[in-house]
Design a protein around this ligand. Structure first.
Ligand SMILES: [Fe+2]
Ligand SMILES: [Fe+2]
Length: 310
């Protein structure tokens, strides 16, 4: 009973906080809010272009902007499996716990808005960059492939992504006075962070509810699928590294030698692994929830996190 009351309070608090944030896409991009293509879009901590010795300064800015574009694409993609996953979960809460239902519907609504936000930024990118930079896909097929996994595995993936979003803004943008980044991209990451703060609470509640309802063997199966999904997502990220390299070569009209390709690929592969996997898995709050879900697999999580860390 105590747990139900405290969960209800968490749902209510999430709704109250969400009501205070609730920005509109038009407040963030469009009109006089344009992308500044003379600047970098992504913080170096998340794009890691500086140490690529075969690129000059201008080429590094262009690769950084291509990473900005892939950030939009990849976040848009993950939101496409988050929305149906949350909606499926809402069906299980029912109208008895109407506060939870409202909070979760609002969660799905915000993620739908984020898909529109990322798509809107992608349009601006293509317009200003002057050419299309490909992202992995088809997006719907990837989202469907994720959703075929155990629901617990999927919500745990979503949870690490929510914590990862927190990390991206707090560790790389908020107090970053060293880099003069495009203001619209900084605003994108800030506004996404503001709403994702509520999602971490809600997704933790979803994970905990699922664990309570499942038999231990089902929890194990869910955790197993979580690890499979990490590998699946990593496969997609490594394909994105290749697409970025092709976009870069076309944009700067340069054919790279094999050694140059290898240098760019290995630095970018490590960057993608950290930015989109390691930075979320290593978040202390994610580790704490994982420990409650599956204490027996703590060491495995640590080992896997090591693979995706710098
Ligand atoms: Fe989001
Ligand atoms: Fe989210």
């Amino acid at each position: 009973m105590t747990a139900i009351i405290s969960n209800n309070q968490s749902y209510k608090q999430s709704l109250d906080r969400a009501a205070k944030v609730n920005w509109r896409i038009e407040d963030i991009i469009g009109g006089d809010k344009r992308l500044d293509f003379t600047r970098r879009f992504m913080p170096e901590a998340l794009a890691q272009v500086n140490e690529i010795s075969c690129l000059n300064d201008m080429e590094k800015i262009i690769l950084n902007q291509i990473r900005g574009n892939s950030y939009l694409h990849l976040f848009g993609l993950v939101e496409e499996f988050i929305v149906p996953c949350v909606i499926n979960h809402v069906k299980t809460t029912g109208l008895e716990n109407i506060t939870a239902t409202q909070a979760l519907l609002h969660f799905a609504e915000e993620e739908s808005k984020h898909i529109r936000l990322f798509r809107r930024f992608s349009e601006e990118f293509e317009l200003g960059f002057g050419r299309r930079c490909e992202g992995i896909g088809p997006v719907q097929d990837i989202a469907n492939a994720v959703l075929e996994h155990h629901p617990l595995g999927v919500v745990m993936i979503i949870l690490y992504i929510e914590w990862m979003t927190q990390y991206h803004y707090l560790a790389s943008i908020r107090d970053n006075f060293r880099e003069s980044l495009d203001p619209q991209f900084c605003s994108l990451l800030r506004n996404h962070w503001l709403e994702e703060a509520q999602h971490t609470t809600l997704d933790t509640l979803i994970v905990e509810q699922l664990v309570q309802e499942l038999e231990p063997s089902e929890v194990e199966a869910g955790v197993e699928d979580f690890f499979k999904l990490i590998e699946f997502l990593n496969g997609g990220l490594m394909m994105q590294v290749q697409l970025d390299l092709e976009s870069l070569a076309r944009t700067i009209d340069r054919s790279f030698t094999e050694a140059e390709r290898q240098e760019i690929q290995s630095i970018q592969a490590a960057s993608y692994r950290w930015t989109f996997i390691g930075s979320g898995l290593s978040h202390p709050q994610f580790i704490a929830t994982f420990k409650r879900v599956c204490p027996a697999q703590q060491m495995r999580l640590l080992e896997v996190t090591g693979i995706y860390s710098r």
